[in-house]
Design a protein around this ligand. Structure first.
Ligand SMILES: *Cc1c(COP(=O)(O)O)cnc(C)c1O
Length: 765
């Protein structure tokens, strides 16, 4: 039949009927039908109530048909049956739904229901054999259309069992079987991975480099789903996607505007292209969270000023920027009103590039409307708008394998046509891409297509809202008892649009929080966000990126009398198998991705409660964070968790790490060389490794990026500045903290640590 070879799952149908097995006439007819389906090897899952049916629909994602009794739970309005059908349609538009009717006629069924179902079964008029045949046919039609183009072709090819003479040389995995280590590898991953690991010489699947065949079809499918004119699949991460875009758009000594809060790959792209970066400074708040670039900095006059102030823009260099890169959303989940950014920045530059590595889902939930690069629909007249690029790490917050990434393009002013763009694409692509990664890009698009996109993203948002409200409630309960607890970085109060009344966050209507962007927008002057009088609506906090805040930092940016550094919480959670996404001085970031479950965040709440208890009890570190105590017995052998919190907080106070972080990231260093000039010196060995003391006034050869916050303190070619200046001042504070508190050394890309001293590669004088 029309099912796909290589796809192993069974045919499966959900039958929702409350009278099954009863001796009533409809009960007997349904029982006979179920028996017929089973005789056809169709697995039948049954549900006797609306609640059971909805649970099955939520958990059994491999249902291939649903049959619903119109008389379910009785009642003249057939409410239960209608709800079940609505639940199916909220998740999928094409899953076949059969309405089981035993009496009455179509004329009595409301039009909304008629539209939502695919077919009707008149239990007393048709034989169970006839009905069973129709269900089978519907299932097979569904199976044939379920899979997106490239995954379908791959599964089909892997199921054909040809002898291959092409690479990869493991030949469908058989080479591994010749050695015990190879066999262990083969058995660990399973045969399908190897059978579908193919070479570009398999013509049936098309080519990633030519964008042909099923691979090209999958790219066009993703373009439709993500709202792009063109989509390119990249199998080496958004790191590569960023480089491809810049290589296609910018050449040597041209000016590219660049969010200072950019990923390392953008710095690399600046080096590769020979561009002259002019940085746009993002804002920062009291927690050290990086905010948006303020709209004032994007006005044409401000851009002209930034370029004029850039020491690398010498005579002979065209002062008009050709490209701009903006990180959207930021790591901490702050997303721009892209329409507004386009309006502002579009006056200065014709190509806007949004790095949406953490934000691939934005198109699929109305809460993010207009806050992503591909907003609106393609194809309409875009000539007056900038050409738009987006890079998305499919693997980060959609469901895909590591390294899967998309480039989406919407042509506007100064477009780059496909032939030209593909030169840059091929320059960074392997001629042997991994087909499972390509297929996962295809699958991620299919999972977001139709109603499942809003349904899946809506679930993540609802779980994040529930977690945030739980935390806020616990916080209020502990406060009433006179003790601290964690809070989430989020609005204190929510305004009800209808009544205009303020409600504390924990008591706000969860549906409003899940659906109304206004609840998450940074309103000017609200004290919670700490970004001051930012233009209303310009920036929004993404509810699924949750920063859990530890005590110690005031909203005025001043340290409190006591506090608990977030790094300690991170270490504690790590010991319990909970891995935090990112840690700043007083906050830990948790991502509520599509993979979130209630159990997962319930465990996190328990661990936070456990930490709170262990701090109050000053539990010995040997028990609270055993690995830490074991690694530093002389320091931590007899220390308790609260003792360590106190010592860490005191060290932060003494070395002023938070204050100096602000100062360090508050200035733009002076560039001496462009990134490529600095890199040429590195390659030629024209460099030396210097301590912080020796670095004063020197030019760095590699970027210096402290994590957190993960934005470059120094880019290659920039001057480290005065000995007592903000850049070296901040690095010295981190060095001193690392020496004082073993086991909590900062992670700084570009810094080597030797005998406790930081060393950085600088250009020789
Ligand atoms: C992770 C990240 C990238 C790189 O993405 P990969 O898919 O890991 O290569 C690019 N930009 C930003 C902002 C990122 O966080």
């Amino acid at each position: 039949m029309a099912s796909v070879p290589g796809i192993l799952f069974n045919r499966r149908v959900l039958v929702v009927h409350n009278g099954m097995d009863s001796m009533t006439a409809p009960g007997r007819a349904t029982t006979a039908l179920v028996q017929d389906l089973r005789d056809r090897d169709i697995e039948v899952v049954d549900a006797v109530s609306q609640g059971e049916a909805e649970a099955q629909i939520a958990t059994h994602s491999l249902l291939q048909a649903v049959m619903v009794d119109w008389e379910l739970a009785g009642g003249a309005d057939h409410e239960a049956a209608r709800q079940v059908i609505a639940t199916v349609r909220a998740h999928t538009s094409n899953l076949p739904v059969f309405l089981l009717a035993s009496r009455g006629s179509l004329a009595e069924i409301p039009s909304g229901v008629l539209e939502a179902v695919n077919d009707y079964v008149w239990l007393f008029e048709d034989t169970s054999d006839f009905i069973g045949g129709r269900v089978m046919a519907a299932i097979d039609r569904y199976r044939a259309t379920l899979l997106p183009p490239m995954f379908k072709a791959l599964a089909k090819f892997a199921g054909t069992y040809e002898y291959s003479w092409h690479t990869p040389g493991h030949a469908g995995g058989t080479a591994f079987l010749k050695h015990p280590v190879g066999r262990a590898f083969f058995e660990f991953f399973g045969e399908e991975l190897f059978r579908s690991d193919l070479s570009i010489s398999v013509g049936e699947l098309g080519s990633l480099l030519d964008h042909s065949g099923p691979i090209g079809e999958a790219e066009r499918y993703a373009a439709r789903v993500f709202g792009a004119d063109r989509t390119y699949f990249v199998t080496n991460g958004s790191s590569t996607s960023n480089r491809v875009i810049l290589m296609s758009s910018v050449t040597r000594n041209q000016i590219a505007l660049c969010d200072r809060n950019c990923h390392k790959s953008v710095e690399h792209a600046m080096t590769l292209t020979g561009a002259i970066p002019t940085y746009l400074m993002p804002s920062r708040n009291y927690l050290g969270i990086i905010g948006p670039i303020h709209p004032e900095h994007l006005e044409p006059a401000a851009i002209r000023e930034s370029i004029a102030a850039n020491a690398l823009v010498k005579s002979g260099i065209d002062p008009k920027p050709v490209h701009a890169v903006i990180t959207n959303s930021t790591y901490d989940g702050l997303c721009y009103n892209v329409e507004r950014v386009e309006m502002l920045l579009g006056q200065s530059v014709d190509r806007l590039h949004f790095d949406e590595a953490w934000y691939g889902y934005a198109r699929f939930n109305p809460i993010y409307a207009k806050r992503f690069a591909m907003h609106g629909d393609p194809g309409t007249s875009q000539k007056d708008r900038p050409t738009m690029f987006a890079t998305q790490s499919t693997h980060k917050l959609l469901a895909a394998l590591s390294q899967a990434s998309y480039i989406h393009i919407r042509d506007g002013r100064r477009p780059i046509n496909h032939a030209r763009f593909n030169e840059a694409f091929m320059m960074h692509a392997s001629t042997s891409p991994q087909y499972a990664i390509i297929a996962s890009n295809d699958v991620a698009a299919a999972m977001m297509d139709g109603p499942s996109g809003p349904a899946l993203t809506g679930e993540s948002i609802r779980e994040a809202v529930a977690f945030r409200q739980t935390l806020a409630r616990l916080s209020a309960e502990f406060a009433a008892k006179g003790t601290w607890f964690f809070s989430a970085w989020q609005p204190d109060d929510i305004i009800d649009a209808k009544s205009g009344a303020y409600t504390p966050f924990r008591l706000a209507d969860p549906e409003l929080l899940a659906c109304d962007p206004n609840a998450w927008v940074l309103h000017p002057g609200d004290s919670w966000h700490g970004f001051g009088d930012l233009e209303d609506g310009y920036c929004m906090l993404d509810p699924i990126k949750v920063s859990v805040v530890t005590p110690g930092m005031g909203r005025d940016g001043k340290l409190a009398a006591t506090g608990i550094p977030a790094a300690l919480l991170t270490a504690y959670l790590d010991a319990q198998g909970i891995v935090v996404e990112k840690t700043t001085d007083f906050s830990c970031l948790f991502l509520f991705s599509l993979g979130i479950t209630r159990g997962k965040w319930g465990t996190l709440i328990n661990a936070l409660l456990g930490f709170h208890r262990d701090i109050l009890a000053n539990t010995p570190l040997a028990q609270a964070i055993p690995a830490l105590a074991a690694a530093h017995p002389e320091h931590y052998g007899k220390t308790g968790l609260a003792d360590l919190a106190t010592a860490m907080f005191a060290a932060m106070k003494k070395f002023k790490t938070t204050e100096l972080l602000s100062a360090g990231f508050g200035v733009l260093p002076t560039p001496v060389f462009s990134p490529v000039e600095a890199y040429e010196r590195l390659v030629n060995g024209d460099i030396e490794s210097l301590t912080l003391e020796q670095m004063a006034g020197r030019t760095v050869a590699t970027g210096v990026v402290p994590y957190p916050p993960g934005i470059p303190l120094l880019m290659p070619g920039e001057s480290a500045g005065e000995p007592g200046g903000p850049l070296l001042g901040y690095l010295k504070a981190l060095e001193a903290f690392d020496a004082a508190i073993p086991g909590f050394a900062h992670d700084i890309h570009g810094v080597e640590v030797e005998d406790g001293l930081y060393r950085v590669l600088c250009v020789k004088q």
